[in-house]
Design a protein around this ligand. Structure first.
Ligand SMILES: Cc1ncc(COP(=O)(O)O)c(C=O)c1O
Length: 390
């Protein structure tokens, strides 16, 4: 590849993502570079590794190509791809020193919240949960001592919006780092590093890949600092590196991320407005609606859309919500989010006891199908479900 720093200055992120940074294979001039699968690399006669590669657990050339695109999209100083979003997030927590004090949101991706509640203490971490949407709450908690603030915005599954610049100021005043799970905001809509975050994390299984066929995770850093060095070591020694085939697929997905995310946002906003007026829905949770408590921050912080994720509360409680879910045809009843196909899930069922998620809530991951089809399918399912549940 020719000088990538020149390219990032000359062309916009959409052009660079579409061409995966314009990498051309130097040997064949292939426009789509080959997938590097070798686990081991020839030493030079003087015993050095002049290519920069030695063994496949620590590093891989295809993964590096993906990381270059991610670094560009988030405007960071370094990016690392992991075997899952969970492993990317855990690499941050496990890189903190024993005794580190962590503030985490009381509404966030449930599996990570469960790990923070049940496992983190055995690694020496002290975790406190706060309402990240309330800066006064965060400031009070941080002033008691804090090393890392973890934020998710918009946050699963209620889609609360966190003021990233506000929390970054609080974190830095307390001498802490700010890490942001930006999975649902995507780098198309929000760039947390530019708002003061130190590390941004994505489950690349979602919008980054966008086709529900790869499990992957990503971290991007604002600075090549001591925490980032520990994270790099953690990935190499614990074998958390993403595989080369998966890296290739994620890079292919990233070529269309701007188109996909914009289409999902357009569908979601349209559906949110229509669903607000639906007689069988008691509430629509979506940051793009005027009625959403985080709408003003979302307007400031999310550029070009409010994301593809909506939650609806179904009149008639859990039975009516489950009955509606049972009747969808175009929407697929499945966990996960961020793919081109629309998914719907009764979230309390998967999150289990202790979830902040109400039991009448269905989470909608709006895909890029025709919006009239998506609305009609939901409407039919809600009416069929209400008939069955009553
Ligand atoms: C917001 C968010 N963060 C993190 C994760 C974990 O990512 P993965 O499933 O890739 O491990 C998920 C997965 O659902 C998620 O939705």
């Amino acid at each position: 590849m020719s000088n990538s720093a020149d390219k990032t200055q000359k062309f916009g992120p959409e052009s660079l993502a579409v061409q995966a940074m314009g990498v051309i294979d130097p040997q064949t001039h292939a426009v789509v570079p080959p997938i590097h699968i070798s686990t081991t690399f020839l030493r030079d006669p003087d015993n050095a590794y002049s290519s920069g590669f030695a063994y496949g657990r620590a590093d891989n050339a295809t993964v590096r190509e993906l990381e270059a695109v991610l670094r560009m999209l988030e405007q960071g100083a370094g990016a690392l791809a992991f075997g899952s979003g969970m492993s990317a997030a855990l690499a941050v927590f496990l890189s903190l020193p024993r005794g580190a004090r962590v503030l985490a949101p009381n509404v966030m991706y449930w599996a990570l919240r469960r790990w923070l509640m049940t496992e983190a203490s055995s690694y020496g971490l002290q975790v406190r949960f706060v309402n990240m949407e309330d800066l006064a709450d965060v400031r009070t908690a941080a002033s008691a001592g804090c090393d890392l603030i973890w934020v998710e915005t918009p946050a699963n599954p209620l889609w609360g919006v966190v003021d990233l610049a506000g929390v970054a100021d609080i974190a830095h005043a307390a001498g802490a780092k700010l890490a942001v799970d930006s999975t649902c905001a995507t780098p198309v809509l929000t760039q947390p590093l530019l708002l003061g975050a130190d590390v941004v994390m994505h489950s690349a299984s979602k919008y980054i890949n966008g086709h529900s066929d790869v499990v992957a995770g990503v971290l991007v850093t604002r600075a090549q600092d001591a925490l980032w060095e520990r994270i790099e070591k953690m990935r190499a020694t614990h074998g958390m590196l993403l595989g080369p085939f998966e890296a290739f697929l994620v890079m292919r997905g990233l070529r269309t991320i701007h188109l996909r995310v914009r289409a999902a946002c357009t569908n979601a906003l349209d559906l949110a407005h229509r669903l607000q007026a639906h007689p069988l829905i008691t509430d629509v949770l979506y940051p793009g609606l005027d009625s959403h408590p985080g709408h003003a921050i979302a307007i400031r912080q999310m550029k070009g859309g409010f994301g593809g994720m909506i939650s609806i509360r179904v009149r008639g409680g859990q039975a009516a919500a489950l009955a509606a879910a049972a009747h969808v045809q175009l929407w697929k009843r499945a966990t996960s989010l961020g793919g081109v196909e629309s998914l719907l899930e009764h979230r309390a069922s998967i999150e289990g006891a202790g979830t902040p998620c109400p039991d009448d809530l269905l989470r909608l991951s709006c895909g890029i199908e025709q919006v009239d089809d998506l609305y009609a399918d939901l409407d039919t399912a809600l009416r069929a479900g209400a008939g069955q549940a009553s």
